[in-house]
Design a protein around this ligand. Sequence first.
Ligand code: PLP
Length: 412
Amino acid sequence: MNKLNSQKIKSDFPILNQKINRHDLVYLDNGATTQKPNAVINAISNYYSHDNSNTHRSVHELASRATIQYEHARTITAKFIGAKTEEIIFTSGTTDSLNKLVNSLKHQLKKGDEIVLTEMEHHSNIVPWQQVAKETGAVIKWIPITDDFRLDLTTISKLITTKTKILSLTHVSNVLGTINPVKEIIKEAKSINQNVIAIVDAAQSVPHISVNVTDLGCDFLAFSAHKAVGPMGVGVLFGKSQLLVNLEPNHTGGGMVLEVTKDNTTFNQAPYKFEAGTPNVAGAVGLAAALTYLSKLTMNAIEQQMHDLTVYGLEQLNTVHGLNIIGSKDAKNRAPVFSFTIKGMHPHDIGEILNSHGVAIRGGHHCAMPLFKRLKLNGASRASAYIYNSKEDIDQLIVAIKAAQKIFGVDK
Ligand SMILES: Cc1ncc(COP(=O)(O)O)c(C=O)c1O
């Protein structure tokens, strides 16, 4: 397998070539969003410079080019996650994908039905379900986490019952870095109740590991382009074609219809019936360029690089006095997402001092308040690495953390 050259990759990302507070920028906030390579920036710029038009609705040359590029992006995206082209619905991001899906599925839920989530979900895979549970009388149950920050798999056989309608879980935790065995969990859930609808929040997994919807056995899967070197404002909802046929659209309007009369409307087939209004064509073009960029590096090589950074990051952070890693210390099935607390320091102060060293990390509850409550924490700092990060970046992070501790007098 080819090994990634993070220095060479870094040179593809113009934004990374700058100084912040007189230090070379070390960007370690990839869990929030990733930076964009020239391939993506140029694809979007070319699209707007030469091909921009609305799609599907006209026969002129530019409309035809825009439509071809939009549909080509759908094909590339489908290939990337092992889906069929018609199973890819473009949305504005993971949150939008999940909201649209939840609101479509609510027609299939009634009082007493059960929705199973996990304690490590992002708010975007919690709040929409809570809203729907309030509306329908469905009940939410939670797969707990163990003391090693993994899902407690022994609880699944008890939590999944004949009443379970939905199992919706994150593939990779944006706080803990845990890579969940979603394939095995879905298999077990469906062996207990074959009607369970299995949904995967793949916002953090699609960028980091090979994701194949057929292999995972999921019914739906959501992710955002911007966390995988693509642009903001575009995301994906995958749905199994046989399930999309009967799924009600919850966004209606132009572009998703076959015929509209004063009294009634007939919808187009999937995926179009879920894409009302003018689509984000440039976003889809950017997403296609991003997935093509990642495919050229190969997901196997990316996975290996992510693992190497996880091993090194855990090793180095473990050497820092008074630093507590919020996540498994075992790099197996773990992404390079390092949440941590430092005795005597607030995450906000840590973030500010690191910024003065040119190191970009994030502090807070990372949109996972129930998880923080379970961990009895108010917040944490989070450094999250991606393909352009090297071991030297981790070294810079450690230097900056130690400098911050010195300022606060908590270095010994
Ligand atoms: C695990 C997970 N799910 C969902 C989301 C929401 O993604 P977006 O803000 O792109 O909709 C995020 C973003 O941080 C995430 O990490």
